[in-house]
Design a protein around this ligand. Structure first.
Ligand code: ATR
Length: 274
């Protein structure tokens, strides 16, 4: 039996056509026999205030937020949870008591994906590649997991320095990242390199210790050139689909009060749509 309430959510971004969140949330709505929809809502830069008004009028429970709005939406929100505020970016809005609340479920999504795949107690030193919005969430998540030895390397060094200064992390020049891999136990790519349609990361993993784990937050393709290189060298790898599923599940729970399952069946379903 369908619930009498309409469960409305979606994703705002520009562009949004590439997102697989609509497919994932539609799967969960159906699985829980909830009436409603998760819409892909293209919003140009500058279109945020109008869209927030419209979403409130149409009684959306909330939306996900993607590129290029994750940071620029902050001034339009009534409240931002402390972790999202610390990162300076939100990926989820919840409409509650006529207010817009901002959250960042990417932080939880990355932690959950990592801790499911890896015994984090065995990891001491982490290197994060990239210093954009996604890197902020990943670094926050690493801090919340208790990591104290974090190194950040980014093509634009100033951005790495800015992120590192908030996180008490070190910075390595982009040109020196290959040699800095010596003694690293976990390498995480948060840059857009390796995404479908883009070239792979220019990196050589020869110095990376053999027991080190390599994670990528890119999920399309599932095996990025970085993960391919890591697998060829025998490293344990963590792909980006785990983070995507867990951040989505946390958003769904915040909107609808039901935590959907993240399991192999969902993974297989999403892999088919990629
Ligand atoms: P997101 O929110 O997905 O993190 P972003 O904030 O635009 O997006 O960040 C993109 C990241 O990918 C940045 O770290 C960027 O490096 P710069 O700060 O130097 O721009 C990185 N990136 C994008 N293209 C890259 C390339 N060709 N080589 C190396 N890094 C790249």
């Amino acid at each position: 039996m369908l619930d009498s309430k309409t469960h409305k959510a979606g994703i705002i971004g520009w562009p949004v056509g590439h997102s697989i969140s609509p497919v994932m949330h539609a799967y969960w709505l159906k699985e829980h026999s909830l009436s409603g929809a998760y819409d892909a809502l293209p919003v140009k830069p500058g279109g945020l205030p109008k869209m927030l008004e419209l979403l409130a009028e149409q009684q959306y429970a909330g939306v996900n937020v993607t590129i290029p709005h994750k940071q620029s939406i902050l001034p339009f929100l009534d409240e931002v949870d402390p972790s999202a505020a610390a990162v300076g970016a939100v990926n989820t809005l919840v409409r509650k008591n006529k207010k817009w609340l901002g959250m960042n479920t990417d932080i939880y999504g990355f932690s959950k994906s990592l801790t499911e795949a890896v015994d984090v107690k065995k990891i001491q030193r982490v290197m994060v590649l990239g210093a954009g919005g996604a890197a902020g969430a990943v670094v926050k998540s690493l801090q919340e997991l208790g990591f104290t030895h974090i190194t950040i390397s980014n093509r634009t060094r100033e951005k790495a320095e800015e992120l590192a200064s908030h996180a008490g992390a070190k910075v390595v020049d982009w040109e020196n990242k290959d040699t800095a891999l010596e003694r690293i136990n976990l390498l995480v790519n948060t840059t857009s390199r390796g995404m479908k349609g883009e070239g792979g990361l220019d990196i050589n993993l020869n110095m990376l210790p053999s027991q080190a784990v390599v994670a990528d937050i890119v999920y399309n393709p599932l095996v990025t050139p970085l993960l391919q290189q890591a697998q060829e060298k025998g490293h344990l790898t963590v792909d980006g689909l785990g983070m995507l599923m867990h951040q989505g599940a946390a958003a769904f729970a915040a909107w609808f009060g039901i935590t959907p399952k993240v399991d192999d069946k969902l993974r297989a379903f999403l892999q088919e749509t990629l």
